[in-house]
Design a binder for this molecule. Structure first.
Ligand SMILES: *[C@@H]1O[C@H](CO)[C@@H](O)[C@H](O)[C@H]1NC(C)=O
Ligand SMILES: *[C@@H]1O[C@H](CO)[C@@H](O)[C@H](O)[C@H]1NC(C)=O
Ligand SMILES: [Fe+2]
Length: 731
């Protein structure tokens, strides 16, 4: 446009000049070129004020005293953004609407990276333009390709140096009908001055509500999206994950071997191939039998969400002070240690009476162990008592470190087996994937796109829809890996998820409270706790900045009806309105709002990474985390020998199928977006850009610190290093 305006400035007395020739200077941008072409073609109808003059002084002159609105529509740069479809554009003004026009001629089409322009001259005064309406129409004989529109820019006169931008940044399909874009002034409903725009907000969520609906996944569990195919999500909510290709070559070929491993040597052989590049997995293989490593995993393994400090024993755990005396420091007693706060508990009661799967035609078994641990003065967390079933009884002995080595090891393997189930289904799927999905559904259904929290949250939430639809359709479905190889199969899953939902407390998702409640906040070697807390604080700061840009006091939070209906929707529809779980149903203060939003972002990014990133490392050496046990838990002591242990573990082919899935899940995507790196246009300027930069700086400092710390540790804790955290649940 630049050269055009310079030209205009040089020949402002050419009002009535006659069109003789069109000359386009080299500096003209493509969009202007289009307009010039249009101009010469249609000069006597739509473009009466359009002049192109060729004189000796003035190279190009054009659109003098333009009356009308100069509209430029831009297609995104990505090579797949273009379309053959026919585009219609109309403007919605504060007074009336302009009739739709076609900005492209029959000979033109929407090309990636291009723009097209049209001068819209409504017959009547339309007032201030508040919405730009776009519609795609299929072109007969051509494939109906979706179009990725970047934005629409309006100029009221050629003297306007600044165009007004109506951002789009999304796919438009013929099936979408009218798509209305508004300008980029993000605001709350209460600050919306025009009725048309208030109505537009309402229309936005009403349209979403037709498409995005709730469904019960399992009775009593968090709800999910009512959609069974990824295709139904449409182009704006789906994504393609580019995977670098995983080497599972050495895990394949065992598909038919439905029998137990014949010796530990065989299992080691498998591991030599598959674990050779994994330092952590090798460490696990070397140390998995050790008590201190068992405890280490509860703090820094793939499921650090369960262990908790206790000050009195659970009534169903049949231990006495006398039994445990030898495993505590010096002449201390259990009572003293409980008082001191050095006794911890793992309680898998949630698995009690859950029906275990039949795998390869054989019944598998589940225990519901209680495991007591002691944090000793060497800084080691060591298990000191394990009871395999929830209810104490004569057939439910308490195993102790002083029992025979196979007895004690087997008891620990049962705990690890229980942990596999709880880790995969509750820590990973429920607490991270499903919470992400619930919040995503509510955000789409209740917050219009122009709402500042829609903008902040969607980059963290969006991908959870697709990945969860895929998980429900394959991994968790009949014939999926859980059905074929995991003790909690398709029959157990609904029960476990319902119990998990019932026991899911809001405070357990808020890091500072959770760590305090579980007594992990002051443990010097719980790296999960330290890193999680630092990340939480950085995210909290970021979210505070964001929230305070739009909400100036608590009243504005209380009176934001869109926000209140969002939290209400999550509570009632997603979390089933459970009152005992402490989830808020409304927001009274900005502080409550900031905490909740921080929780959502943390859960979808950091928490997911902590429980996902680590799983191959700790599960590759299968005896450390068997997915199923195919003999019942022992009911007496002294019933097993070292050689017997293998017969409890899963068959060869089920072992390998679990490892294949874990390895596939373990691949970072090529288009991986790290925490607080945003691709959305609105993060790229102004206050938001400043907030993002600050958050990124905080995260970089945390990353440096973690990398430095890890370099001094035998086994580092890299899982919450910000560089390794993906911005959303995408795998
Ligand atoms: C293991 O092999 C048995 C028998 O060939 C087969 O029925 C079963 O589906 C296999 N399991 C897995 C997980 O591949
Ligand atoms: C999941 O874990 C694997 C490692 O086990 C990691 O490579 C991948 O990036 C993780 N994905 C996410 C979303 O964190
Ligand atoms: Fe995941």
């Amino acid at each position: 446009m630049l050269s055009f305006e310079i030209a205009l400035g040089r020949c402002n007395n050419l009002h009535k000049a006659h069109i003789t020739q069109l000359v386009i200077t080299e500096a003209l941008v493509l969009s202007t070129a289009h307009a010039f072409q249009n101009c010469t073609q249609t000069q006597h109808t739509e473009y009466q004020h359009c002049f192109t003059v060729h004189t000796d002084k003035c190279i190009v002159c054009e659109v003098i005293q333009m009356e009308g609105i100069y509209v430029t529509i831009r297609t995104s740069l990505d090579p797949l953004s273009g379309s053959y479809n026919i585009l219609w554009v109309s403007l919605v003004g504060s007074q009336c609407e302009s009739p739709p026009v076609r900005p492209l001629t029959d000979a033109q089409c929407l090309l990636p990276g291009s723009s097209c322009s049209v001068l819209i001259k409504p017959d009547k005064e339309i007032g201030t333009v508040v919405l730009v309406r776009l519609r795609l129409e299929a072109r007969p004989g051509f494939p109906n390709l979706d179009w990725h529109c970047l934005d629409v820019q309006l100029k009221l006169s050629t003297e306007d140096t600044e165009a007004e931008c109506f951002p789009c940044h999304r796919w438009i399909r013929t099936a979408d009908g009218d798509v209305e874009l508004r300008n980029n002034r993000v605001c709350l409903l209460n600050c919306e001055s025009l009725q048309i725009l208030r109505e537009h907000r309402a229309r936005d969520v009403q349209n979403k509500q037709k498409h995005i609906r709730w469904r019960t996944f399992v009775e009593g569990g968090l709800r999910c999206i009512d959609m069974s195919s990824v295709h139904a999500l449409g182009p704006n909510l789906g994504f393609s994950r580019q995977s670098p290709g995983v080497n599972v070559h050495y895990l394949r070929g065992f598909t038919d071997r439905a029998e137990p491993w014949s010796s530990l040597k065989e299992l080691e052989m498998l591991f030599i191939q598959n674990g050779k590049d994994n330092k952590v997995a090798k460490y696990v293989q070397a140390h998995w039998k050790e008590d201190a490593f068992f405890g280490y995993q509860c703090l820094n393994g793939c499921n650090p969400l369960l262990i908790k400090k206790i000050h009195c024993l659970p009534p169903n755990l049949a231990v006495t002070s006398e039994m445990l005396k030898d495993f505590l420091s010096g002449d201390s007693s259990l009572e003293q240690e409980l008082e001191k706060g050095t006794i911890y508990l793992l309680d898998y009661g949630v698995l009690d009476q859950i029906p275990a799967n039949v795998i390869n035609g054989k019944q598998s078994y589940l225990a519901a162990p209680l495991c007591l641990l002691h944090y000793n003065h060497h800084g080691e967390m060591k298990p000191i008592a394990i009871q395999l079933q929830k209810t104490a009884g004569t057939k439910n002995p308490v195993f102790l470190p002083s029992d025979s080595a196979p007895d004690w090891l087997l008891a620990k393997i049962w705990v690890r087996n229980a942990d596999f189930q709880v880790h995969q289904l509750l820590s990973h799927f429920l607490r991270s994937h499903l919470i992400g999905e619930v919040c995503c559904i509510a955000t789409l259904r209740k917050l219009p796109e122009i709402h500042p929290l829609h903008q902040l949250l969607m980059p963290h939430l969006k991908n959870s829809l697709q990945i969860n639809i895929q998980a429900r359709g394959s991994l968790l479905a009949a014939n999926g890996v859980f059905d074929k190889a995991v003790a909690c199969g398709v029959k157990a899953m609904p029960l476990l998820l319902a119990r998990g939902t019932d026991q899911l407390h809001y405070s357990s998702l808020c890091v500072p409270e959770d760590l305090k409640e579980r007594g992990l906040d002051k443990l010097p070697n719980c790296y999960y706790a330290q890193d999680a807390l630092r990340l939480w604080n950085a995210l909290y700061r970021f979210v505070s900045g964001w929230v305070e840009l739009y909400y100036h006091d608590d009243k504005e939070v209380q009176s934001d009806s869109e926000l209140q209906s969002w939290i209400q929707e999550i509570y009632m529809e997603g979390f089933l309105g459970f009152t005992h779980t402490g989830f808020p149903q409304s927001f009274q203060t900005t502080a409550e709002l900031i905490k909740y939003i921080t929780m959502v972002i943390f859960t979808c990014s950091a928490l997911h990474s902590a429980v996902n990133f680590s799983q191959v490392d700790f599960n590759l050496w299968m005896p450390n985390s068997p997915a199923a046990m195919i003999r019942p838990p022992p009911q007496v002591k002294g019933s097993v020998t070292e050689e017997d242990l293998l017969s409890f573990l899963p068959d060869v082919n089920s072992t390998c199928s679990v490892l294949i899935v874990l390895s596939l899940l373990a691949q970072p995507a090529l288009d991986y977006v790290p925490l607080c790196q945003y691709r959305e246009w609105y993060f790229k300027s102004g206050d938001l850009h400043r907030l993002v930069k600050m958050a990124q700086q905080d995260l970089r400092a945390i990353a440096d610190n973690i990398i430095k710390r890890n370099s001094k540790l035998e086994l580092g804790y890299p899982y919450l290093c910000p560089n390794n955290i993906e911005n959303s649940v995408a795998i």
